[in-house]
Design a protein around this ligand. Structure first.
Ligand code: GLP
Length: 253
């Protein structure tokens, strides 16, 4: 895992934008894995502002709330529409549908679609305060595939800020698995703010364990973790990561 520490969220976002730009320069018809959450909002804004050409791109979103129709304002499809899809044209977009009842078959089909597209070239990831990526909560199998999961109270509380006051955060979700994420060719994880510092520490320097699902990324052959100073605050080796980045002998991304 390569850890890059930037002074603030804006710098994290511009570096992430650069990684995506280079990916598209290498392969115009890249398959991108997209994420949601507050972390991604500035990045999508920058993609729109810079008018990045995504017309060759096929995308797959990580997760969705079970029980929310695609056009529900709090669904992740609506989020993507609001922040990216209404402004930028992609070749093909794929999202899990939270309104299905046959969710096991739906999840299996999603895996098949990813495989049929040749797999995901670059996967964007945020990080939950409890160490989840996508919606793989603590205890998730490190080999899991796309499936239904039950959210922890921590995640439901934390995500309540994205719902209207008094509205219930759905208890269940559909999510790509940790095994699905590990199959992607490159991961780009972004985190900022002090609230993420504990999860970042466990992910980067803790043991690889289902206790912190994101720690499985230590086993990913190509994972770039870009943090702001606040999110990097708990890392024991942060001076080393800074030194290594300043003295890197080649651009890995
Ligand atoms: C949500 C999403 C994740 C996201 C994470 C962080 O629950 N399912 O994909 O990365 O939590 O969210 P935020 O960026 O709002 O802090």
């Amino acid at each position: 895992m390569e850890v890059i520490i930037q002074p603030d969220p804006e710098a994290v976002q511009s570096l992430a934008l650069e990684v995506i730009r280079r990916q598209l320069e290498r392969k115009r018809d890249s398959v991108l894995g997209l994420a949601t959450g507050a972390t991604m909002e500035g990045l999508y804004e920058a993609i729109v502002e810079q008018d990045l050409d995504l017309s060759g791109v096929t995308s797959f979103n990580l997760d969705e709330y079970l029980g929310l129709a695609p056009d529900h304002p709090c669904s992740y499809r609506s989020y993507m529409q609001r922040h990216l899809f209404q402004f930028v044209e992609l070749k093909e977009v794929h999202l899990l549908d939270g309104s299905v009842t046959h969710y096991e078959a739906h999840c299996a089909e999603y895996e098949e679609k990813i495989a049929a597209c040749g797999g995901i070239d670059l996967q964007l990831l945020g990080l939950g305060v409890d160490g989840h990526i996508a919606f793989n909560e603590p205890g998730s199998s490190l080999a899991s595939r796309t499936r239904v999961k039950t959210l922890t109270p921590i995640t439901r509380n934390s995500n309540a800020r994205h719902f209207p006051p008094g509205a219930e955060v759905p208890p269940h979700v559909l999510t790509m698995g940790l095994g699905t994420i590990m199959d992607t060719r490159c991961c780009l994880l972004l985190a900022y703010g002090e609230a993420k510092a504990g999860a970042v520490r466990d992910m980067v320097e803790g043991p690889v364990s289902a206790r912190c699902p994101a720690s499985v990324l230590q086993m990913h052959p190509r994972c770039l973790t870009v943090l702001d100073e606040a999110a990097a605050g708990g890392l024991e080796f942060r001076d080393y990561y800074r030194y290594a980045y300043q003295n890197r002998i080649q651009e890995k991304f």
